[in-house]
Design a protein. Structure first.
Lengths: 226, 373
């Protein structure tokens, strides 16, 4: 059996999750001190990948990164093509997982008592320190839950990945794509094996999430944080 | 004492905090201007008078619409010169009403927050000093949740003092504490103030707290300075009805000056003589509940002025004192209406209670004060 879809899936999901964590946190932190129509519009834009069918997202990405797309043209100047390459799987997974990270990180940051942030400021802390030493540690349980959700979403990504990265065995063939093409080729045993593996990973993730929220509850009791 | 919008206390040479703030709030505008010397200053006001907002403006957490805030030689805010120093650079410590301790940091780590950038040895030495000073020894490794209310308050104070602030702002520092802790924490605050040689603004709605904790008093009413000056003077001669009420005066009546030099108290249905000089037509007259005297025998009555027969309409007891609701007119009293409230110790009440009515009360001319508005 060719194990490459497993490694590709894991590499893609881990990379996409790392990017999502950084970008999602930055976006959530940026959004925290803003209000108004402009911010709400940006919210809608950020959440679009969550509500659109993944094939639609994939098609838009294809238009964006294709040979005639604005980003595709830009990248071509540096001799890079994204479409049908491994980075395409990462891009597709990142875009689709981003809203989950953004939403959970924002909810977690919003729950942090504003007085604590203000107290930190009066004690001489820069905005970066306020975020790193007060907001983030207190929001961390929520942020981590968002990270796990994003990883799960990235791992299961199919539609957008197929549109942007195609199905190139050993390069862009992730587990969900391998399953689809196995079923199409009537290789039921193969499909079942991949499905079993996916179920295993998902259960491990949910277990991790459960364990984490439990540990977090214990810690919150010690902090007494509401 | 001067009252009104612009007010100052003491010599301008030792003035260190200059505040001039205008800001629109939901149902009124904050418009305050004062200069605070390097000493504790209590800011007394009812809930929603704008006290907390005033502190937040000074600390840099809120932006005033207009005004100027200067601390020593530094201009922290000036709407005309477009100066606005961020909160982190003001070196003004704000003690929040709920203390705002970082729940994920221990006592020592909370105190260390403002010592960022110092060498570890220096930090440890400073923390040790502050811990000893605020009586937190042995609690350094506890989390805020594991502290009593008083200990949380002291941790917040130690954390605030760690940055060696040039001004200290305290927002209702005792209100979150149980009654039995308040007296103790108040004493600790007094010690802190005694050692602190910078302006310390203490916001409270409790007039007794305000009186005990500072020599100077600023009374805030609906966003404006209603009185500012030495506390004794403000309590003895409140300049206005609001100040009288905020400083706990229970007896206030509309007043009219008569040609013979007496004052007619319209709500008390009587005429009195006052010791103070009667200025331009006073509008109100007041006397504090504990200043009302009762004559031991009716025979003394003819000898003095401002003596009136009275009937007790109702009483209200606290553990050691009793409040008597008095009517100066029997019929009026029987209808359940009262003119004045007097407060006496229970011992006195025990001696008087068996006597027949009317009793005789005296409104001492030197205890009566007149107000213009």
């Amino acid at each position: 059996m060719d194990w490459s879809p497993l490694w590709i899936s894991l590499a893609t999901s881990l990379t996409a999750t790392a990017v999502t964590l950084l970008v999602g946190l930055a976006a959530a932190a940026w959004r925290e001190n803003r209000s108004g129509a402009g911010a709400a519009l940006i919210d809608g834009f950020f959440l679009l990948p969550l509500v659109l069918p993944p094939t639609v997202v994939g098609f838009f990405l294809l238009l964006l990164f294709g040979r005639n797309g604005p980003l595709g043209k830009l990248l071509l100047q540096f001799g890079a093509t994204v479409v049908f390459s491994w980075p395409a799987t990462v891009i597709a997974a990142t875009v689709v997982a981003f809203p989950l990270m953004y939403l959970t990180a924002r909810a977690a940051l919003e729950q942090v008592d504003a007085h604590l942030l203000q107290a930190a400021r009066t004690l001489g802390a820069s905005e970066w320190r306020v975020f790193r030493e007060v907001a983030l540690p207190l929001a961390w349980p929520g942020v981590l839950a968002g990270t796990i959700l994003s990883f799960a979403r990235a791992l299961g990504e199919f539609g957008a990945t197929l549109m942007l990265a195609g199905n190139i065995p050993g390069r862009t063939e992730t587990i969900p794509i391998a399953i689809y093409f196995a079923v199409e080729a009537n290789e039921i045993q193969q499909a079942l094996a991949w499905c079993a593996l996916d179920v295993g990973i998902s259960i491990a993730l949910l277990g991790g999430l459960y364990y984490w929220t439990h540990a977090q509850r214990l810690r919150r009791e010690r902090w007494g944080h509401r | 004492m001067r009252s009104g919008c612009d007010a100052s206390v003491g010599d301008t040479a030792d003035v260190t905090l200059e505040v001039q703030v205008e800001k629109k709030l939901a149902d009124f505008a904050l418009n305050v201007s004062f200069r605070a010397p390097a000493a504790p200053l209590s800011i007394l006001g009812a809930s929603g008078a704008g006290k907390t907002m005033l502190l937040r403006c000074i600390a840099g957490l809120e932006k005033p619409g207009r005004g100027r805030i200067a601390l020593n030689d530094r201009v922290l805010f000036d709407s005309e010169q477009k100066i606005r120093t961020p909160a982190r650079a003001r070196r003004i410590a704000l003690l929040f009403q709920n203390y705002a301790l970082f729940p994920h940091r221990t006592v020592a780590e909370n105190i260390a927050f403002g010592l960022y950038g110092l060498a570890p040895a220096e930090q440890a030495a400073r923390i040790a000093t502050l811990v000893a000073r605020t009586h937190l020894t042995g609690l350094e490794k506890r989390y805020p949740r594991e502290l009593s209310g008083g200990e949380q308050q002291r941790t917040a104070l130690a954390r605030a003092l760690a940055i060696e602030p040039e001004a200290l702002l305290l927002d209702e520092p005792l209100s979150a504490l149980d009654t039995h802790l308040r007296a103790q924490v108040e004493t600790e605050l007094q010690d802190t103030f005694a050692a602190y040689r910078h302006p310390a603004l203490l916001v409270t709605h409790n007039m007794e707290e305000a009186y005990r904790l500072s020599e100077q008093l600023l009374v805030l009413s609906r966003g404006r300075v209603a009185a500012f000056g030495a506390k004794g003077e403000i309590f003895r001669h409140p300049a206005s009805v609001e100040v009288a009420q905020l400083t706990g005066c229970k007896n206030i009546s509309r007043a009219r000056a008569k040609a013979d030099g007496t004052i007619e108290a319209l709500d008390w249905d009587c005429r009195v003589r006052v010791a103070a000089k009667i200025g331009k037509a006073p509008k109100y007259i007041g006397i504090r509940a504990h200043h009302i005297d009762f004559l031991e025998s009716a025979g003394d009555a003819s000898a003095q002025e401002n003596i009136f027969p009275c009937w007790v309409v109702r009483t209200s007891e606290t553990p050691f004192r009793i409040t008597l609701f008095l009517s100066l007119d029997q019929v009026h009293g029987e209808a359940g209406a009262h003119h004045l409230q007097a407060e006496v110790f229970k011992e006195k009440w025990q001696r008087f209670r068996e006597r027949g009515f009317p009793w005789h009360l005296r409104l001492a001319p030197e205890s009566l004060f007149l107000m213009d508005g």
